[in-house]
Write a protein that binds this ligand. Sequence first.
Ligand SMILES: *Cc1c(COP(=O)(O)O)cnc(C)c1O
Length: 396
Amino acid sequence: MIYADNAATTRPSEAAIQAMLPCFRTNYGNPSSLHGLGQSAGESLFAARETIARCLNCQSREITFTSGGSEADNQAIRSAAAWGAKNGKRHILSTAFEHHAVLRPLEELAQRGFEVELLDVSRGHTVTAAQVEAALRPDTCLVSVTYANNEIGSIQPIGEIGAVCRQRGVLFHTDAVQAVGHLPIDVQAENIDYLSLSAHKFHGPKGIGALYCRQGAPLSSLILGGAQERGRRAGTENLPAIAGMATALDECCAHLEENRRKVSALRDRLIQGLCRIPHSALNGDPENRLPGNVSLCFEGVESESLLILLDQRGICAGAGAACASGSLEPSHVLLAIGRPMAVAHGALRLSLSEYNTSEEVDEILRVVPEVVERLRAMSPVWRELTEGKRPFLLAP
Ligand SMILES: *Cc1c(COP(=O)(O)O)cnc(C)c1O
């Protein structure tokens, strides 16, 4: 089996699994307990927080552990909005291709009287700092821009946007779930106030993530209860997952450049090969993209059928966001970059990691063109296109 759906989730690393096991077997104390076993758990928690902070270049007290990327996004956005409401600032800037964990809380805020403005991403499949700067207002409380898009891989100019926001005194959140562990990140140099990350996107376990919140930026708790996480997130810490996350991130950061080079080369070979398929188009910026992301649209093909046939041939791939599969709606990300409905329905996302091999890329390059051809041969839409009864939307 070839696993090429790393944007949906990744295989936990052996080191991450090994780091988790003692937290179940021996080091199972509650980090808040005063006895030795609890203190030992508390030390492991402290060490994990230091590791995460080091990888982002922040202080460990600026890290709050959450249940994952979605919770971190929700907490950052709601904290900034609550601060904005108190200060008469109810304008929020974001982009049209954010993850639903950002868009849904923003929709809710819009219903509660906030003015949410989603910036256009159709030019270059990215947003620019100039766009953000032009849209900022005196009553803007928050700018939220994804570090790297989970469907099409585009990397946003986060450092430039951060500089603009800091200069104008506006809080800046970035959903960096796809970027952490894969791209070098420095929250201080990039002027980031809030950053969301999730372990299962960098070979850690599922159900654990973190929110970086710059010291001094407002942060309120979504979950009320005990005083864990300095009152910012109640509930006994999930130490096994936290230890696994820290180990996975440490590993990724230690090999970041090496992995980036290796995975980008595999990605570029896939993109070059698959773009030769007639009436296809690459989604996202060709160069400024996540090392592992390959996203294409094929005309006259339905994503669902494509994924099923690829699965039968031993290839695990995705269309867009894993959470959106199963719904017949085309991806909001593909529509946001300007793909017509008919084209957006034929999306394929192959997302690679350092665990993929060159041989696997060869196999994907053999199988995908065959499967696309087979599906087109059975497609009434494709027949209409080739008979000239409807126009092709993508170039041959
Ligand atoms: C996966 C993902 C999330 C959600 O993270 P979970 O840990 O699964 O809640 C949020 N944003 C982006 C960009 C993602 O890729």
